[in-house]
Design a binder for this molecule. Structure first.
Ligand code: GLN
Length: 451
């Protein structure tokens, strides 16, 4: 029997916010009938997929983890969802996430946390903890995530799964609930590098409805994953991402994976990216600035929740204030305030302007490093999964989970996290691969060799 409807708040992993069992079964039956009729089908036809709740799905509630979108049912599909459906992939439902993708633990969801299947007292990372946990818990073979500063790769790392942030523009943003438009990128979550490649190929490629969509074809990613050929590949270890702040168990697992790459014929070199030390600071000015502008559309009139002031006149401004006061959680409010402050007259040059300069320097560090190496590597996250509640009162500790993932978003380059075994605490560790823009294929080639 198909499960159908809004879920959440239950014990266990709690990866899903909404399960679309009936619709998924109908797609699976349709695929069966077409296969029986001899119709040629996509390799992933009939393979179910879970979708992060920041991606709009026609006829299925989409909340982005926020009360402000509770009850909103989108009238259209994101381009990437259209492509999943066109390939015959049943959409199982919508996965939990930090509200508007702001967070590193999925605890900022308005609908309760998702728990890490490896240890239910720990977080599955975030913001896409629902998608990663669904895949890790064998509740879905594949899932879709979005990564603005690490929200695909960091959850993949702490759940022992594979997650890929493609080159910026590689998968259409049309139909994503926008957080920080110059950083947001959708991508695949999977249990193997080849599975991730197949899903990436389905979703990727040009979309005229996204002005920043690349015009390049998506490339032969699955072939790259199957080739597993790293002979002569220059692998650059980022010096700034293998030292202070990274746990001993994470670093030991990282070094072991590096040995596997050199045993397979790769040439390991060390590179230095000094401005990566400032990437986190620049991100936490640029990202809230863009989010404060994007979230202006949640005004109590166009989507979802509308709250009228408890007393006094019902003016547009007072409805907006009451709706946002009730509908946004504390982390979202914190970032909107940060962003509007950073963009305000008199502070713009000092904060937003400086952050944009750092962004350019990070891009130059990548250019210099990619002159010395074909791919760059680091641990994906400084620690393994942290306990639920342990960083909720300390935003800076929460933000630090993304220190190794954020540079790729600032530069628009692709990144992958794949499992490199367990740390000394018995929890999974993620190995991060980074490649130059439009060279996503290299991630799959090197990632395939590590499996
Ligand atoms: N954890 C980071 C943040 O809170 C990244 C989020 C993301 O990639 N969506 O902004």
């Amino acid at each position: 029997a198909a499960v159908d409807g809004t879920v959440g708040g239950e014990e266990g992993v709690a990866a899903f916010l909404h399960v679309s069992g009936e619709a998924a079964l109908a797609t699976a039956r349709d695929v069966d009938a077409r296969r029986a009729a001899g119709e040629p089908l996509h390799a992933l036809a009939g393979v179910p997929v879970a979708v992060k709740d920041v991606v709009v799905t026609r006829g299925t509630p989409t909340t982005a983890g926020s009360r402000i979108l509770e009850g909103w049912v989108p009238p259209y599909d994101a381009t990437l969802v259209e492509r999943l459906r066109a390939a015959g992939m049943p959409v199982l439902g919508k996965t939990n996430m930090d509200e508007f993708a702001m967070g590193s633990s999925t605890e900022h969801s308005a609908y309760g946390p998702t728990r890490n299947p490896w240890d239910l007292t720990r977080t599955p990372g975030g913001s896409g903890g629902g998608s990663a946990a669904a895949v890790a818990a064998f509740e879905a073979p594949l899932a879709v995530g979005t990564d603005t500063g690490g929200s695909i790769r960091q959850p993949a790392a702490v759940t022992g799964t594979v997650g890929v942030k493609p080159t910026y523009g590689g998968i259409s943003r049309y139909g994503l609930v926008a957080m920080a438009s110059s950083l947001d990128q959708a991508g695949p979550c999977a249990r193997s590098v080849l599975d991730a490649a197949l899903l990436h190929e389905v979703m990727g490629g040009h979309d005229p409805r996204d002005a920043t969509s690349l015009t390049d074809p998506v490339g032969a990613l699955a072939d790259a994953a199957r080739s597993r050929d790293v002979h002569g590949l220059r692998v650059g270890v980022v010096r700034e991402l293998v030292g202070e702040g990274f746990s001993a168990g994470v670093l030991a697992s990282f070094r072991a994976a590096l040995d596997l790459l050199s045993d397979a014929g790769a040439e390991v070199v060390e590179v230095s990216c000094p401005t990566f030390a400032h990437a986190l600071d620049a991100y936490y000015l640029i990202m809230p600035s863009e989010a404060s502008s994007n979230l202006a559309r949640f005004d109590g009139m166009r989507f979802g929740l509308r709250v009228e002031p408890a007393e006094g006149p019902v003016t547009a401004e007072r409805v907006m204030a009451a709706t946002r006061g009730a509908g946004f959680g504390p982390e979202v409010k914190r970032r909107v305030v940060l962003g509007t402050y950073a963009l305000s007259a008199g502070y713009y040059d000092a904060y937003y302007g400086s952050a944009q300069k750092v962004r350019t320097l990070v891009q130059r560090d990548f250019d210099a490093a990619f002159a010395q190496a074909d791919v760059l590597v680091s641990p994906t996250a400084p620690t393994t999964a942290f306990p639920l509640g342990s960083r909720l009162d300390d935003p800076l500790a929460m933000y630090a989970a993304d220190v190794a993932t954020i540079p790729a978003n600032l530069a628009g380059v692709p990144g992958m996290s794949l499992p490199s075994g367990l740390s000394d605490d018995g929890l999974p560790v993620g190995f991060q691969l980074l490649a130059p823009a439009r060279a996503d294929e290299r991630l799959y080639r090197a990632g395939g060799a590590l499996e």
